[in-house]
Design a protein around this ligand. Structure first.
Ligand code: SF4
Length: 215
């Protein structure tokens, strides 16, 4: 839901940190459209026979499924959990469900090469979520995750199963710990780009601070 408290707080944070009004408008629009399409995907999957839970008990006031470790410094919310798949599909459950919207070019790459190759960041997110959700949803890492990609330009949908990659989850978890250790030690890690104009830096809430600090 676009109007959940966590989203409102997140949007407030984004508006606070993004100083260019054009960036704010773009980011909020992308965020809202992404969530509207995700809500549609949820309805369509349920209509196709997936017993898909996006909130505890599937109640509007039910909390999102998620995890929190390292004193809350590593945490996340999953888009959904499939409890039962349509008859005849043979889907292993419980299965993590992750949904992303993307432009036509990225969507075609995802269809052609799969999410692991075309969008490694999403694959890392899926692996980490499967690993950390295992304690609260036993079996979720044994079942391949279901990844849904929605083409924002044509409304086409792509679904694929993503087997759990334990090595990837471990590497990403180790990286998270490394970042926390560096932060606690006051150590500045390398930036991901050579310029603040890099796409991800332009939408990063910490951009201003990050590019002011000397390395
Ligand atoms: S601005 Fe954000 S995304 Fe870019 S290098 Fe800094 S912390 Fe990373």
């Amino acid at each position: 839901m676009v109007t959940g408290y966590d989203h409102l707080l997140f949007l407030a944070g984004v508006v606070f940190f993004l100083y260019r009004s054009k960036d704010i408008a773009t980011y909020v629009s992308i965020f809202a459209i992404g969530h509207a399409l995700e809500d549609l995907a949820v309805a369509w999957l349920r209509g196709a026979g997936f017993d898909l839970y996006t909130r505890k008990g599937n109640r509007p006031d039910g909390g999102q499924f998620g995890f929190s470790v390292a004193g809350g410094r590593i945490r996340g919310h999953v888009d959904g959990i499939i409890a039962v798949g349509p008859e005849g599909l043979g889907l292993a459950v419980p299965a993590l469900w992750e949904c992303k919207t993307m432009n036509a070019k990225n969507w075609r790459a995802c269809v052609k090469d799969g999410v692991t190759k075309s969008k490694p960041v999403y694959a890392a997110q899926i692996a980490v979520y499967q690993a950390y959700m295992e304690s609260s949803v036993p079996g979720i890492s044994a079942a391949p995750a279901v990844f849904t990609a929605i083409n924002k330009d044509t409304a086409e949908m792509h679904h694929e199963q993503v087997p759990f990659d334990a090595d990837l989850a471990q590497r990403m978890s180790d990286r998270g710990v490394r970042i926390l250790q560096a932060t606690d030690a006051g150590e500045l890690l390398p930036r991901i780009a050579a310029s603040a104009d890099f796409f991800e830096c332009r939408f990063c809430p910490w951009s201003d601070r990050c590019w002011r600090l000397e390395r």
